[in-house]
Design a protein around this ligand. Structure first.
Ligand code: NDP
Ligand code: GDR
Length: 364
């Protein structure tokens, strides 16, 4: 039985990847960090809590020694390094923390692999944010980098460090440069989920319009469930290499919102420009979206479009979910949640949530 270690199990990709690896028969160790309110809602959503081959272990990226102990205890053949400070906007407010968690911590894991077992295959979650002010369209594995946020800079450090360990110590460092990928399990501060949960709320009668930042940014959005298959394939390749995973379709935030409202049966009309732009209901004229400058970033990544041809050729990986299907899937999930929570609060139920920590194992 193959053994994998996933860092960042409480995140979107960690949950989908754990599901995939368990389905493939792996024993999976998956890390989460200690906090007063650790949430495994994504694992609950996918029905993975209590799986006999899934073991949850505490690990904080900022403690270098614990990476060595983690590998000694789990003895994985593959490490998928997904944990990071992933919010680009937050990285402007917490640049130093982001540099440590998203950048330097990757070096800690690479060093731990070099010390404990250099045959471990290592996956680094690089990001399209490294292209930033994109130097060519579409972006490929050969496009020069120009990061525009502390997050992008930290990811670039980790990216080059992984290549450096590949070349210096022959460590199998597989890298995916992933473009934005979304799902019903996406964190609700990211723009897609913020939009689909707002659409659900507004379509159920809430009056408060959705407040968004830059509507004119373009992103290449795919479905996270497709992307974790590519992540796995990167570590099964004959040699360690770097791959872009993307859909080769780019869409503005405004258009994503239009599609999402349409998925809930609502038409939206756009008026004005820039910070004065707003979206109103095509039928009633009530405000649905307003622009709020608080969500603008000090430096923006205006346009991302990835070419995944290399992944198609070498890994036989292709995205399968269209953006329209993704929008429909996310809106349907958020409508379901919103209706459930309305029903739940109107029943005034005070049922205590399941004590999640009880099912967590500690490594001895
Ligand atoms: P999420 O934000 O959903 O998950 C991030 C994970 O990292 C969470 O489990 C979080 O734990 C954990 N984490 C954060 N800080 C620490 C820390 N100090 N110690 C231990 N764990 C920590 O991210 P995604 O699943 O979307 O992304 C997975 C990876 O892929 C990330 O590295 C991201 O940068 C990268 N990526 C993602 C893309 C996307 O579109 N989703 C695109 C390109 C790259 P907690 O729940 O406790 O906060
Ligand atoms: P991104 O995703 O920064 O691309 O990083 P995000 O969804 O946060 O932003 C996408 C674009 O939407 C614009 N935007 C808003 N963004 C947020 N979060 N909230 C808003 O209200 C809003 N209004 C407009 C942003 O300015 C931006 O242009 C994601 C993360 O998953 C990273 O970890 C990952 O590396 C990259 O994708 C690829």
């Amino acid at each position: 039985m193959k053994t994998a270690l996933i860092t960042g199990i409480t995140g979107q990709d960690g949950a989908y990847l754990a599901q995939l690896l368990l389905h493939k028969g792996y024993k999976v160790y998956a890390t989460y960090r200690r906090s007063s309110s650790s949430s495994f809602w994504r694992l609950h959503y996918l029905g993975l809590i209590g799986h006999e081959r899934l073991e949850l272990v505490e690990h904080d990226l900022l403690d270098p020694g614990s990476a060595v102990r983690l590998l000694e205890a789990c003895r994985p053949s593959e490490v998928y390094n997904l944990a990071a400070q992933t919010f680009v906007g937050v990285s402007f407010e917490q640049p130093s923390l982001t540099s440590q968690v998203t950048g330097l911590a990757v070096l800690n894991m690479l060093e731990a692999i070099r010390i404990v077992d250099p045959d471990i295959r290592f996956y680094q979650a690089s990001s399209a944010e490294m292209f930033g002010k994109a130097q060519e369209v579409p972006q490929t594995e050969d496009t020069p980098f120009y990061p525009r946020s502390p997050y992008g800079v930290a990811k670039l450090y980790a990216h080059w460090m992984t290549i450096n360990y590949r070349e210096s110590y022959n460590i199998f460092g597989g890298i995916g440069i992933l473009f934005n990928h979304e799902s019903p399990l996406r964190g609700d501060d990211f723009v897609t989920r913020k939009i689909t949960s707002g659409v659900a709320r507004l379509s159920l009668g809430d009056k408060e319009p959705l407040r968004l930042g830059n509507l004119s940014a373009y992103r290449d959005w795919g479905f996270a469930g497709d992307y974790v298959e590519g992540i796995w394939a990167i570590l099964q390749a004959d040699k360690p290499d770097t791959f872009v995973l993307a859909t080769n379709v780019t869409t503005s935030v405004r258009e994503f919102a239009t599609k999402s409202f349409a998925a809930a049966g609502m038409g939206i009309e756009w008026h004005g420009e820039g910070a004065h732009e707003r979206g109103t209901c095509a039928k009633t004229g009530r405000p649905l979206v307003v622009v709020d400058r608080r969500f603008y970033r000090p430096a923006e990544v205006d346009f991302l479009l990835g070419n995944p041809a290399k992944a198609g050729r070498i890994l036989n990986w292709r995205p399968r979910t269209s953006l329209d299907d993704l929008c429909r899937m996310m809106v349907a999930a958020d409508l379901n949640r919103a209706s459930l929570s309305t029903a739940f609060s109107s029943a005034a139920s005070s049922a205590a949530p399941e004590p999640e920590r009880a099912i967590v194992h500690q490594l001895s």
